[in-house]
Design a protein around this ligand. Structure first.
Ligand code: G3P
Ligand code: CA
Length: 279
């Protein structure tokens, strides 16, 4: 009989605070300073969105394109050096006057390898493969980088790395290559309640450890249905205290947030902790 591998089960505790693009309310998203801030605020995970440059480097940035040389240019058409001419901090300072800072001006789009070197296994990473079909082979490249940094197979007290994507095929490829990494299937149920059929959940359970869902679509029924299958629920992107309390009341297992300080404080109060003890 063929041995069937099962996805990792995420631990019931702790409630996970995932620093969405770092601490992106306070600092330019996906910069080292934003990631440092999230870690210092006690986030359990630093969230990273991944794309690949023209010269094959994996870089952390949300959008597929950036303004470059007067045009909107795809990340995949720029080399790392070209990409580093873009100033995320300059953009942030223009649009976030309340948190603008001169020190942000010199921040650059980081290469994944540099982020992992910078934290030297002292942080956990929640990595999203954006548009993986644009970047054939990116799954293997990501796993190779994680291996180089000894980030595979580390699960105590929580997994060092979680990988997320809207692309189920991408997650299944990763599961086939490295089933020890927890995988989160992302969904966007825009304008409607979140729902998955029994058949969809059975398929999901074959490769995923949980789901990431836009929080406004969540219902208690959906959460219970997913959790009964042993899967976790991580809503995105919860930035207000009232919304955080509402999804915690509904029983989610963690949240993506641009404000990790707020989520650490509120979740600690909610669960009766007096300090953030989980890393
Ligand atoms: O990864 C969860 C959430 O971040 C997905 O949305 O657009 O912020 O990457 P986005
Ligand atoms: Ca993301």
């Amino acid at each position: 009989m063929k041995f069937r591998r099962k996805p990792v089960r995420l631990p019931a505790q702790p409630f996970l605070v995932i620093g969405h693009r770092g601490a992106s309310t306070y600092a330019p998203e996906h910069t080292m300073i934003s990631y440092d801030m999230a870690a210092q605020m006690g986030a359990n995970y630093i969230e990273i969105d991944l794309h690949r440059t023209k010269d094959g480097k994996l870089v952390s940035i949300h959008d597929e394109v950036i303004p470059y040389a007067g045009n909107q240019t795809s990340i995949s058409d720029l080399t790392l050096d070209e990409l580093k001419q873009f100033s995320p901090g300059h953009q942030f300072n223009k649009t976030h006057l309340d948190f603008a800072s001169q020190e942000y001006e010199t921040e650059q789009i980081p290469e994944l390898n540099d982020i992992l070197t910078h934290f030297d296994n002292n942080a956990n990473f929640y990595i999203e493969l954006k548009s993986p079909k644009r970047y054939p082979g990116i799954e293997e490249e990501l796993l190779e980088i994680l291996r180089t940094h000894s980030l595979i197979g580390q699960h105590e007290p929580i997994p060092s790395v979680i990988i997320q994507s809207f692309d189920a095929d991408c997650l299944k490829r990763i599961f086939d290559m490295e089933p020890s990494i927890p995988l989160i299937q992302l969904y966007s149920f825009k304008g409607s309640d979140a729902t998955l059929s029994g058949k969809e959940i059975r398929k999901l359970k074959k490769y995923a450890s949980g789901v990431g869902v836009n929080y406004k679509s969540l219902t208690q029924t959906f959460i219970a249905h997913v959790q009964q299958a042993g899967l976790h629920v991580h809503p995105y992107t919860v930035n207000e205290e009232t919304a955080l309390l509402a999804v915690m009341e509904m029983g989610v297992n963690g949240v993506f947030t641009d404000r990790p300080d707020m989520a650490v404080r509120i979740s600690n109060e909610f669960f009766g902790l007096d300090k953030h003890t989980f890393t």
